[in-house]
Design a protein around this ligand. Structure first.
Ligand SMILES: [Zn+2]
Length: 496
């Protein structure tokens, strides 16, 4: 897939792109003007909140989707729920021109022989994820399983007040029929559009019992060497309303929290030393992914925008993104994209602001509302705002189009530290796609959360800026002829 542009880039590698700034002023703020592609916004607009509403109501109609619930009934329990999700994916696949494959991803969790009292699968469990894979056009050219892939994930299992109650009602409308609806609506919106990279739509089971579906899938993907470059996990994305006025965040309806890990769970001492030496504790691939999703929302002025949270997850709670973060790569395929010894997959979590914990993991009950009327308690569908679910789906779908159609992030990005200088030189390897049109250098203050400025380098594999590498964070990303950008790559230090 090496194109004329990649070849020119390699040829031009020794020629530095010199960008000069006065040392007394901070680098120029703002990013290069670039026409934003229109497909992500078109795809986002195609998402209909009526479909999201129907998804949530249908999932609730199965009574419970507890992982250990009935798998035989056609109308109640997790078996009926996954049969419906699979049929929905299969109907959607009809619009994909044969590019979408739908299957059940089945795993076995063995009985917990240690008899841990905390185990939520003491007798073992069958875990079945429902997966739709939309094969990218680059994969069609290079062979099945060869291309980078991006995931959108929601868990379709549910629970009530008792994590082991497999029979009682557990509607799980917000947790996580809402995220499952996002996955299904992203599939519906994207199926008809040929995208360059593969996009995987996955509804997981066993999340409430211990992230089993995501964990077993991610570990298998790591063992198979699948290059997963981004996972968007949507969990509790249906009810932005605050539980009480005292806890209301202004503008919560227009925001969704995006959580990302800073330091990796599975880093050894050498990786931790590298991260510390680079001051890279806020520049993991997951955090770059989170920043990228925030940029997508701004580029298209989408109705729900991320508010970035720089921590892996909320206190006392977990989610499927962590299972991807914690997977350990076992083969040589992934290091092409690896960064500073990172072994897990880049993955982030979407969750509404102002969660109402009195509705999550609860049995259905009744209470008197502030207006004096009786109302239900528990995770019931009347508290899910379908338009908000659709807006979160719009953000995810637009981000997936950008990720899948954008260039591969540049690899082997280095900040040159051969000798003590007051300027900064970066070098990197070309992205492999044929439509790469150039690279951008981005920067931010070491205390700033998001990239503050950037400059267009054109086709170049090296840049020198008259700014001190000690005082700023720098990164590099690729862009293509259509205006798609890759996420930013944070450099490692190289004495060259
Ligand atoms: Zn959940």
């Amino acid at each position: 897939m090496h194109s004329i542009f990649a070849a020119v880039a390699l040829f031009m590698a020794p020629v530095p792109a010199l960008v000069s700034y006065a040392n007394t002023e901070p680098p120029r703020p703002g990013h290069p003007d670039r026409a934003v592609p229109i497909l992500p916004a078109r795809v986002a607009r195609a998402i209909d909140s009526k479909d999201a509403r129907a998804d949530v109501d249908k999932l609730v109609s199965f009574g419970t989707r507890h992982t250990l619930s009935d798998t035989e009934s056609a109308t109640r329990g997790i078996g009926a729920a996954r049969a419906w999700i699979k049929a929905e994916f299969e109907a959607i696949a009809g619009a994909s021109g044969g590019r979408m494959e739908v299957f059940l991803d089945e795993h076995e969790v063995p009985p917990d022989r240690a008899g841990s009292p905390a185990s939520r699968t003491p007798n073992g469990a069958g875990i079945v994820n429902v997966v739709a894979v939309l094969r990218g056009t680059s994969e069609a050219a290079m062979g099945k399983g060869s291309g980078r892939r991006y995931y959108v994930v929601g868990h379709y299992d549910s629970r009530n007040g008792d994590g082991m109650d497999a029979a009682g009602d557990a509607p799980g409308a917000n947790d996580d029929a809402s995220g499952t609806a996002v996955v299904i609506e992203c599939a519906r919106a994207l199926a008809a559009h040929p995208l360059e990279s593969t996009v995987v739509f996955m509804c997981t089971a066993g999340e409430e019992q211990g992230l089993f579906g995501a964990r077993l899938h991610a570990e298998q993907a790591a063992a198979d060497g699948l290059p997963i470059l981004g996972v968007l996990s949507c969990d509790i994305v249906g009810d932005p309303g605050a539980p009480s006025p005292e806890h209301a965040t202004p503008h919560a309806r227009g925001l969704v929290r995006v959580f990302s890990e800073g330091v990796p769970r599975n880093a050894g001492a050498a990786e931790m030393a590298s991260i510390r030496g680079l001051a890279a504790e806020s520049d993991s691939p997951s955090r770059q992914l989170a920043r990228f999703v925030a940029e997508v929302a701004k580029w298209h002025d989408l109705p729900v925008k991320p508010t970035l949270v720089f921590r892996p997850d909320r206190f006392l709670r977990g989610g499927d993104h962590s299972a991807f973060n914690e997977a350990t790569q076992k083969q040589d395929v992934y290091p092409r994209y690896a960064w500073a010894g990172w072994k897990g997959y880049p993955a982030v979590r979407f969750t509404e602001l102002d969660e109402d914990y009195s509705r999550q993991h609860q049995n259905i009950g009744e209470e008197t509302g502030p207006d004096g009327a009786q109302r239900r308690t528990g995770d019931v569908p009347e508290y899910v705002d379908a338009e908000y679910v659709a807006d979160v789906a719009r953000l995810n779908a637009a981000a997936l189009v950008h990720l899948a159609n954008g260039p591969t992030p540049p690899v082997n990005v280095r900040i040159v530290t051969a000798e003590l200088t007051n300027s900064t030189t970066l070098r990197w390897d070309a992205s492999p796609e044929s439509d790469v049109a150039g690279y951008e250098l981005v920067w931010r203050a070491t205390t700033a959360p998001e990239w503050e400025g950037g400059v267009d380098l054109g086709i170049a594999l090296q840049a020198t800026v008259d700014y001190n590498k000690d005082d700023w964070f720098f990164g590099v990303r690729a862009y293509d002829h259509e205006g798609y950008r890759s996420p930013v790559v944070f450099p490692v230090a190289a004495r060259e």
